[in-house]
Write a protein that binds this ligand. Structure first.
Ligand code: NAP
Ligand code: MG
Length: 404
């Protein structure tokens, strides 16, 4: 009889493309399957399969995630014109992440993996700062126009019965100019808020949220009010129980504070702020290979993945038979995030603790000086060596065996 850890509910497995697909298989075979009787519902989101199924496979995988509650996803190619030609695609399929996010209606949380020897560029940051970006609306779905001299721009809202409300934006007398209209919906803001509150409770981190409500007295203020109302009515008591805080401030104050903290909180951002700040926070923490991401839906579905792409440049080398040194840590953490969550939901503590041990094995491997080349340049360890994709995974497997 096998003494592998048994699972009760399947984890939804979304396979992907290129170098991450290569690592996906290696991770499963060397780090997971020797210890876990993996019960997964497998969806191949590799580009060929998406094309073959007219992208139905992506939709099916998202529905499965909804059904089972936990998914783990490999990085996938988002096709552009060049990929359409390279793969002879029927269509320029949408980004799988966008399709999945559309179905799950979730928010993406990006979290860095912190190891000794790789210090953030802001040395005070000892704990992760997790950015939650509201990936809907605002300037990303805005309407823009160039306005000519002596034209007048107005905001017009038409009611169902045809009645109009008008407001002057600007009278461009004497000069050309520009104009932009943007929107958001209460529904989307409320989903965003619930995803943020749920995730903060899940990982027991404080939640920060910031807008410019002093200037944008209706638009940004609405975000502030919706967050506040949902917090007061649905989450305040739970936050008190978990000993965590919800903290609201102005966006400029938040930026000034963030650089002076030692980390350890979730920073919820409006769409544009999140776009800008997630790149700042990610590059301050170091390598893309150490950044994980999780999509959390307001109803509590979790989809874990690495924040980076399919690492095409390394895959080309791999295909030519050359040695690669691709960092698999974020992809491993996608698996451990998913398995740990599955263990929690199914009351299988041994599955969750296996996942934690695998994370520990990765961190200890790097902290003992064995790492992929992307980290070698960043590491301040006195003794360190850069190893290949395969050698790194072997080192993690060896360490895991010792831990378990
Ligand atoms: P990428 O795959 O993230 O790689 C960009 C560069 O970052 C790599 O060439 C490599 O730099 C470095 N890098 C990223 N991850 C690394 C890792 N794990 N280990 C070591 N180095 C790493 O981005 P991309 O090249 O712009 O995109 C490639 C494909 O991925 C595209 O088709 C894109 O659509 C897709 N993509 C998918 C997702 C997703 O599924 N979530 C996200 C982003 C992009 P060096 O070459 O200098 O070593
Ligand atoms: Mg950006």
């Amino acid at each position: 009889m096998s003494n592998k850890i048994k699972m009760t509910t399947p984890i939804v497995e979304m396979d992907g493309d290129e170098m991450t697909r290569v690592m996906w298989k290696m991770i499963k075979e060397t780090l997971i399957e020797p210890y876990v009787e993996l019960k997964s519902e497998y969806y191949d989101l590799g580009l060929e399969k998406r094309d073959e199924t007219n992208d139905q496979i992506t939709i099916d995988s998202a529905n499965a995630a909804k059904k089972y509650g936990v998914a783990v996803k490999c990085a996938t190619i988002t096709p552009n014109a060049q990929r359409v030609e390279e793969f002879g695609l029927k269509e320029m399929w949408k980004s799988p992440n966008a399709t999945i996010r559309g179905i799950l209606d979730g928010t993406v949380f990006r979290a860095p993996i912190i190891v000794k020897g790789i210090e953030p560029f802001i040395p005070r940051w000892k704990k992760p700062i997790i950015i939650a970006r509201h990936a809907y609306g605002d300037v990303y779905k805005g309407a823009e126009e160039i306005v000519a001299k002596d034209e007048k721009a107005e905001l017009v809202i038409t009611a169902k019965n045809g009645e109009e409300r008008r407001r002057l934006i600007h009278d461009f007398s004497g000069t050309n100019g520009i104009i932009q209209g943007q929107y958001n919906t209460d529904e989307s803001i409320a989903s965003f808020a619930r995803s943020c509150f749920n995730y903060a409770l899940d990982i027991k981190f404080d939640l920060w949220f910031a807008t410019k409500d002093t200037i944008s007295k209706k638009y940004d203020h609405r975000f502030k009010d919706i967050f506040d109302e949902i917090f007061q009515t649905e989450y305040k008591t739970k936050f008190e129980g978990a000993k965590i805080e919800y903290f609201y401030t102005l966006i400029d104050d938040a930026v000034a504070r963030v650089v002076r903290t030692d980390g350890g909180f979730i920073w919820a951002c409006k769409n544009y702020d999140g776009d800008v700040m997630s790149d700042m926070v990610a590059s301050t923490f170091g390598s893309l290979g150490m950044m994980t991401s999780v999509l959390v839906s307001p109803d509590g579905t979790y989809e874990y993945e690495a924040a980076h792409g399919t690492v095409t440049a390394h895959f080309r080398k791999y295909n030519r038979g050359e040695s690669t040194s691709t960092n698999s840590v974020a992809t491993i953490f996608a698996w451990t995030g998913g398995l740990c969550k599955r263990g929690e939901l199914d009351n299988l503590p041994e599955l969750s603790s296996f996942a934690k041990n695998l994370e520990k094995a990765c961190i200890e491997t790097i902290e003992s000086g064995t790492m992929t080349n992307d980290l070698l340049a960043l590491s301040t360890l006195p003794e360190k060596s850069g190893v290949s994709t395969e050698k790194f995974l072997e080192a993690v497997a060896e360490r895991l065996q010792k831990i378990i």
